[in-house]
Design a protein around this ligand. Structure first.
Ligand SMILES: *[C@@H]1O[C@H](CO)[C@@H](O)[C@H](O)[C@H]1NC(C)=O
Ligand SMILES: *[C@@H]1O[C@H](CO)[C@@H](O)[C@H](O)[C@H]1NC(C)=O
Ligand SMILES: *[C@@H]1O[C@H](CO)[C@@H](O)[C@H](O)[C@H]1NC(C)=O
Ligand SMILES: *[C@@H]1O[C@H](CO)[C@@H](O)[C@H](O)[C@H]1NC(C)=O
Ligand SMILES: *[C@@H]1O[C@H](CO)[C@@H](O)[C@H](O)[C@H]1NC(C)=O
Ligand SMILES: *[C@@H]1O[C@H](CO)[C@@H](O)[C@H](O)[C@H]1NC(C)=O
Ligand SMILES: *[C@@H]1O[C@H](CO)[C@@H](O)[C@H](O)[C@H]1NC(C)=O
Ligand SMILES: *[C@@H]1O[C@H](CO)[C@@H](O)[C@H](O)[C@H]1NC(C)=O
Ligand SMILES: *[C@@H]1O[C@H](CO)[C@@H](O)[C@H](O)[C@H]1NC(C)=O
Ligand SMILES: *[C@@H]1O[C@H](CO)[C@@H](O)[C@H](O)[C@H]1NC(C)=O
Length: 520
């Protein structure tokens, strides 16, 4: 279904409401029944996001001190990341002893929900506790031949970087997450089989593609099928912004009266649509590092802009990148491992060089349909269409009395930036996907009023009502880059172009050409 969009002229500047959505999402272990022996699966399922985290290691390196493995924790602080706890084996047949394989020290253990701020921690020390008292409500299951249960003490830490991996070996991780609630546990996600790094990588890339497909299917079925899974975040804003403004009083000169000259460039961007994203990562938790990070962004939106230039002064300007808006999108958090805080931003850049009077208003719109950009360290892909949307046209007036040349370029750059931080902010970067809509005007005026433009000179250009030509072009490109090194996965400054399309607007009718006589 194709939507037609009429860019609106918004006369009032209304304030933007920024939504900043909390990135913290509870992480839940897969099921209370299966103990985590050698491998563990956590799921995120909230109203804002969904995800799966697999932690896999040598059997002795990953264990469990929750009731699933027979343990009961007696004293534990909910908020302390590093602490001493007391615990007792309540039912040895569930496998309490697993944590002692090759020694408990250095083992990554799953924690019950009311113990510690994270779902897992490392045991750094283990001993028989001085305080052997067990709360009365805890019923200890005892086999007849077994000695009485002993209350143990354990020191836990969540600083994974301080753990020596020599004892039990490296513990790997692989995760996938989506901004759409409930989708990651969908049928398309393959279960994790083999646990070597190469298999984890192929699981991650396969799952990311499957997830992207599910997102695409979802956006097609919006409104027709299952409303409960339409998790794409809506983006809707419109704002009128002055990029540059300069006034100058110009004294009377010859027949021309004194006037206040002005050079102003303004844009009125509007973005209306839906965005969703997914991420994947592969690495190890001990030692903490990531070897692969990938994401995709799904975007269905209309990006429109009105570019207005009003110049009765000559000169040139180069604005640099001007931030226009930044809106938080729902975040995704795998506590202690990976936090993703995405924002939707719009930036603008304008450059102009004019030596004639110019008054221009150009209104352009782009329809972005089914756009999906997938970005992994070793591969990237893009699908979807960008077409020129309905335009309300171009109004241009210029002074034809002089031979002159004018050049103007304006970029409107909506982007989706992923603030990524790994292992409790140890490593951070921002990966941005930029949708760059560029509009350029190239104006040539021959300076003799009243004569027709020489034939051919305006070929594939707009012929003005007086002696001159205007070349108005527009282009849309999509590129991605990062602002800081992220492990060996991304290198700062490396950028990838996904898409580039130029639209030649020479056929666009200039709806109005006027020359203010006072300025002749
Ligand atoms: C102890 O664990 C075993 C094995 O999971 C189970 O069959 C048994 O019912 C448990 N005993 C109690 C009292 O929960
Ligand atoms: C032993 O722990 C219990 C809580 O489980 C506490 O009430 C008691 O005071 C502790 N005893 C000693 C000697 O610290
Ligand atoms: C890790 O432990 C091994 C022996 O268990 C030791 O040889 C090695 O030096 C330790 N590494 C660090 C970084 O402490
Ligand atoms: C929509 O999805 C939910 C959860 O996935 C499911 O329980 C429900 O039956 C679905 N509804 C329809 C109409 O398919
Ligand atoms: C977008 O915002 C404008 C102004 O706030 C509102 O009139 C319009 O209905 C919104 N569109 C959608 C699709 O939410
Ligand atoms: C320039 O003049 C206009 C009125 O013509 C005024 O609204 C604007 O604020 C002035 N800008 C500057 C930068 O002085
Ligand atoms: C955004 O999603 C809403 C439903 O959630 C849908 O009505 C709307 O058409 C979508 N907008 C675009 C541009 O796809
Ligand atoms: C430029 O055009 C706009 C809109 O048509 C008009 O309001 C403005 O006065 C014009 N500026 C000059 C200097 O003619
Ligand atoms: C893109 O356009 C082509 C041809 O116009 C069409 O076949 C395809 O389905 C479109 N893709 C999307 C995602 O809209
Ligand atoms: C119009 O401008 C574009 C960009 O500046 C340029 O690539 C193109 O060749 C120009 N077309 C003509 C006919 O001058």
């Amino acid at each position: 279904m194709r939507r037609s969009h009429t860019p609106r002229i918004v006369l009032i500047v209304y304030s933007l409401i920024l939504h900043c959505v909390s990135a913290s999402v509870p992480i839940k272990s897969h099921s209370g029944i299966e103990p985590c022996f050698g491998r563990c699966k956590w799921t995120i399922d909230s109203s804002m996001a969904s995800g799966i985290l697999h932690i896999v290691g040598p059997d002795a390196a990953v264990s469990d001190i929750t009731p699933s493995a027979g343990w009961a924790i007696i004293d534990c602080n909910l908020d302390a990341p590093d602490q001493d706890i007391r615990l007792v084996c309540q039912n040895a047949s569930r496998g309490c002893a697993h944590v002692y394989q090759n020694g408990a020290q250095g083992t990554l253990v799953r924690l019950p929900e009311n113990c510690g701020p994270k779902s897992f921690a490392i045991v750094t020390r283990e001993w028989t506790h001085d305080n052997q008292s067990v709360p009365e409500h805890l019923e200890l299951v005892r086999r007849e031949d077994a000695p009485p249960a002993v209350v143990k003490g354990m020191t836990l830490t969540t600083s994974f970087k301080n753990v020596n991996s020599t004892r039990h070996g490296a513990v790997n991780l692989a995760l996938i997450g989506s901004s759409v609630p409930g989708i990651v546990n969908g049928a398309a996600m393959e279960p994790l089989g083999d646990t070597g790094k190469d298999s984890l990588r192929s699981w991650a890339s396969g799952s990311l593609h499957a997830l992207a497909q599910e997102h695409a299917d979802l956006s097609l079925s919006v409104g027709t099928l299952n409303k409960s899974k339409t998790g794409a975040s809506p983006i809707n804003f419109s704002k009128k912004i002055s990029l540059y403004q300069q006034n100058m009083s110009c004294p009377q000169s010859g027949k021309r009266p004194a006037f206040t000259g002005k050079f102003s460039v303004s844009v009125e961007p509007s973005v209306n649509g839906n965005v969703s994203y997914g991420v994947t990562a592969v690495g190890s938790i001990i030692p903490p590092r990531l070897d692969e990070f990938g994401f995709f962004v799904g975007l269905d939106a209309t990006v429109a802009t009105i570019l207005a230039v009003d110049a009765s002064l000559t000169g040139s300007l180069s604005s640099g990148s001007i931030p226009l808006v930044s809106v938080g999108l729902p975040g995704l958090s795998f506590p202690g491992i990976l936090d993703i805080g995405p924002t939707f931003d719009v930036n603008a850049i304008a450059t102009a060089s004019l030596d004639t009077y110019l008054n221009l208003s150009a209104s352009l719109a782009y329809d972005i349909q089914g756009m999906q950009i997938t970005f992994m360290s070793g591969s990237h892909s893009q699908t979807g269409n960008i077409t020129l949307g309905k335009m309300s046209g171009v109004q241009l007036s210029a002074s034809p009395s002089v031979t002159s040349h004018g050049q103007l370029t304006a970029h409107l750059i909506p982007s989706i930036a992923f603030g990524i931080s790994a292992f409790d902010n140890k490593v951070q970067t921002t990966a941005s996907l930029n949708f760059d809509a560029e509009t350029s005007l190239d104006l040539s005026l021959s300076g003799s009023l009243g004569l027709a433009a020489p034939t051919g000179q305006c070929r594939r250009r707009m012929k003005l009502g007086f002696n001159g030509c205007a070349n108005l072009t527009s282009g849309f490109s999509v590129n991605a880059g990062v602002n800081a090194d992220f492990f060996d996965v991304f290198k700062k400054g490396k950028s990838v172009q996904f898409f580039k399309k130029d639209f030649d607007l020479y056929e666009v009718r200039i709806s109005d050409v006027r020359v203010p006589l006072s300025l002749l």
